[in-house]
Design a protein around this ligand. Structure first.
Ligand code: CA
Length: 226
């Protein structure tokens, strides 16, 4: 069993929020409830919970935006609640920074099982003293556990952003063309969609700093410190 955790439940339907909280408290967790997206971001910053259960449709800002804001500085496991299966499919497609999804209606027992699984997984991926596979300036990359740290703090990349950075790290000191990256990361073989590469490079730079990926004009991209 994972240790007990502080959990933030963000859900505007009071009955659901209460039911979830009661169940989590019954297995020893401490629960804070928010009914509103903006409030959730503030409470998150103040209380630094170890896990967040986040409804997709909220007053204020929606669950997607809450997820984005709370993941900016540090990685926290997020379990997303959706009202319909197709919303879940959409979220998986968008690769938002959630770790798991539960579609309403769900049983509180099922939800607690998912929470325990996420806490276990988070405990296993706690930074160890193993050497990173790659270092680029202050950025450290662990391939197997798909972890990134910047100045010793964990940073969350989407799966695609991680794959892009990992490809560049493996190729280093070679520079890769956009076409090579499209094939390696996205599996595209017709050379279209170079802008997809550019937009993901921008996303990685926003999170890790402009220096981490270097633009080689007329060729493509390489890792920063070479
Ligand atoms: Ca809702």
């Amino acid at each position: 069993m994972p240790d007990v955790a502080n959990i933030l439940v963000v859900e505007d339907e009071l009955a659901i929020a209460r039911a979830v909280a009661v169940r989590l408290e019954s297995v020893g967790h401490t629960v804070e409830i928010c009914h509103d997206g903006l409030e959730a971001v503030e409470v998150f910053a103040a209380t630094k919970p170890e896990l967040v259960i986040l409804d997709l449709l909220l007053p204020g800002i929606d669950g997607l935006e809450v997820c984005r804001r709370i993941q900016t500085d540090q990685r926290v496991p997020v379990l997303m609640l959706t009202a319909r299966d197709d919303e879940t499919d959409m979220l998986v497609g968008l690769a938002v920074g959630a770790d798991d999804y539960v579609t309403k209606p769900f049983s509180p027992r099922e939800l607690v099982a998912r929470v325990q699984a996420l806490l276990r997984r988070a405990a296993e991926s706690v930074p160890s003293d193993t050497e990173p596979d790659h270092r680029v300036g202050s950025v450290e990359i662990w391939r197997a556990s798909r972890r990134i740290r910047l100045h010793q703090s964990e940073v969350h990349l989407t799966p695609t952003e991680f794959d892009l950075l990992a490809q560049l790290a493996s190729a280093c000191p070679r520079v890769l063309t956009r076409e090579q990256l499209l094939v390696a990361v996205w599996g595209y073989r017709d050379g279209s969609g170079a802008r997809t590469v550019d937009s993901h490079v921008r996303a990685v730079r926003r999170k890790l700093g402009d220096d981490v990926i270097r633009t080689v004009h007329g060729i493509g991209y390489g890792l920063g410190d070479i």
